[in-house]
Design a protein around this ligand. Structure first.
Ligand SMILES: [Zn+2]
Length: 270
């Protein structure tokens, strides 16, 4: 017979028979039965539940203005939360706040993007002089370069979202506004001082709902990494975004090759 020449085949048949006997549970009394064997008559399923990670089908850009925040490491904590999901955000930084710590280099190390907001955060680009406009941009660029030498800055978000058409056209960066406002800057949402736990929770949920209620593929979300409630809202927001199949990418990643200097963008509008 053919299988007599194939001892490996016989061994397989023997093992199959052995496993069939064991799976019937007939070799054990109730007391001896190993814990891993099913109890006869008890409903068991041999099918393993396969849980696949949700595949992101929508992409949005989370952006944080006015930082970095060093005194309680809020910026770094937000970076760490993003990192848990493999998400990346864009931080539009205030130049004179950069040297107070290493938050900017930390954010870059973790794959996040840095853009320019302003150097003092006191100058609006729709009403300042040309010299002041250039000073705000150049000083912030230098502060970024000092902490992350050679970093390629591509983006600028004007303070208050205010800028003239001429300044947009002459800007050496892409000008990035937003399509979804979290309103974390609103006084009703910023801090917890003097309020109950319930009110604090309401503020956090308010920020998250402001975003999720209108969010869609290609949106740019406005937040601020300087407020107490923004960090807590970020934690809830990231879990929601992940559960709903969103990928969170930098502004440059959201647009791919579609960004140009001297142009203004509100969303990827896909
Ligand atoms: Zn700002």
């Amino acid at each position: 017979m053919i299988y007599q020449k194939r001892p490996a085949f016989r061994a397989v048949v023997f093992l199959l028979l052995l496993s069939a006997i064991f799976s019937l549970g007939g070799c054990y009394t109730e007391k001896e039965r190993p814990a891993y064997l099913p109890i006869p008559g008890e409903e068991t399923s041999t099918e393993e539940t396969v849980t696949e990670e949700p595949k992101p089908t929508k992409r949005v850009a989370l952006t944080y203005d006015d930082g970095p925040n060093h005194y309680d490491d809020r910026t770094k904590k937000i970076v760490d939360e993003l990192d848990k999901y493999g998400y990346h955000a864009t931080f539009f930084v205030v130049g004179n706040r950069i040297a107070g710590g290493d938050s900017v280099s930390y954010a870059v190390e973790k794959g996040n993007e840095i853009g320019i907001h302003g150097y003092t955060h006191t100058v609006y680009y729709d009403e300042c002089t040309e010299d002041d406009f250039r000073y705000e941009l150049n000083m912030t660029e230098q502060a970024i370069q000092k902490q992350v030498p050679g970093y390629q800055v591509n983006l600028m978000r004007p303070v208050g979202g205010k800028i003239t058409g001429h300044r947009v056209e002459t800007c050496p960066y892409s000008v990035i506004l937003w399509s979804v406002d979290s309103e974390d800057w609103d006084t009703a949402n910023r801090y917890y001082t003097g309020i109950s736990d319930e009110e604090a929770d309401a503020r956090i949920n308010n920020i998250v709902e402001n975003i999720m209620s209108s969010l869609s593929d290609g949106d740019i979300i406005l937040m601020h990494d300087i407020y107490e409630s923004t960090y807590d809202a970020t934690k809830i927001l990231l879990a929601r975004l992940y559960a709903e199949g969103y990928d969170v990418v930098t502004v440059s990643e959201l647009f791919g090759d579609g960004l140009a200097k001297g142009k203004i963008y509100y969303s990827a509008d896909t």
